[in-house]
Design a protein around this ligand. Structure first.
Ligand code: 5GP
Ligand code: 5GP
Length: 223
């Protein structure tokens, strides 16, 4: 798979913060994880594992390898818990049809991760394994950054906590001052690397590139 696109350079693990995402989608439908009341997720969950190029662009929709739910049946309960859909409605897949969030991520990004990941089952298993190994929620809570609807935390402190734990710089994206996504980056052998290209990039530059203000919140889920 992926042969007609240039091989990617590195992986970006995109995580999403349900407390922020669910502020806008919790009432939208019964199928989204935000609507699970007290069972709504309280940790960063997976958005996707994205192959990227060092120049800031990325390949997408690399082959016609249609998502097949049967291939991931043994991973299903883990995916429902750690890779739930927080949105309303179905995303379109690469070929115009509507499908599950998982189908969207596999077809758009997963099919471009050749030769490191070669099939749908491996894409989901690999992503879960990386997610379990680099537990961002745990690192942040040990540094005192716990879900709160009143506290604001310094963005630099959050970045430093991740750098200290994983020896690589993450990226963050915010919505209205709340953390919405957090990205961890990896070489093709899944050793952590900085997300920003060039390792000397200073905190100030990371801050200025991000949609996050200097102080951010990590809202708790409210039903
Ligand atoms: P947004 O504009 O919301 O940041 O991103 C929209 C979509 O573009 C994402 O869901 C993802 O599919 C793709 N995208 C955004 N940034 C990146 C990136 O850095 N790498 C890759 N591979 N895809 C991205
Ligand atoms: P990306 O931003 O990865 O290209 O696209 C994500 C697509 O999947 C969007 O069409 C979005 O509506 C849908 N989607 C379904 N569930 C989720 C979710 O939990 N988070 C995000 N970011 N998108 C989701």
């Amino acid at each position: 798979i992926g042969r007609q696109h240039r091989e990617f350079d590195y992986f970006k693990l995109a995580l999403q913060w349900p407390g922020t995402f669910c502020q806008r989608t919790r009432h939208c439908c019964s199928s989204n994880a935000c609507c699970r009341g007290s069972n709504a997720p309280t940790e960063f969950t997976i958005h996707g594992l994205w192959p990227d190029y060092n120049d800031g662009t990325w390949p997408a929709c690399c082959t016609k390898s249609n998502f097949d739910e049967k291939e991931i049946s043994t991973l299903r309960s883990a995916l429902e818990k750690y890779w739930p859909s927080l949105s309303c409605g179905s995303p379109s897949t690469c070929h115009g049809t509507k499908g599950l969030f998982w189908a969207h991520e596999w077809e758009k990004h997963g099919t471009c991760s050749f030769p490191v990941v070669q099939d749908e089952y491996s894409y989901f298993l690999t992503t879960l394994n990386v997610y379990f190994k680099y537990n961002v929620t745990k690192v942040l809570s040990e540094a005192g950054y716990v879900p709160s609807n009143t506290e604001k935390y310094p963005l630099g402190g959050i970045i430093t906590a991740i750098q200290n734990a994983f020896h690589a710089s993450p990226e963050l994206a915010c919505s209205k001052g709340s953390v919405q996504e957090l990205y961890l980056c990896f070489y093709k052998d899944f050793k952590p690397r900085d997300c920003a290209v060039g390792s000397n990039i200073g905190l100030e530059m990371i801050n200025s590139k991000s949609s996050c203000p200097k102080y951010v919140s990590l809202p708790a889920y409210v039903s």
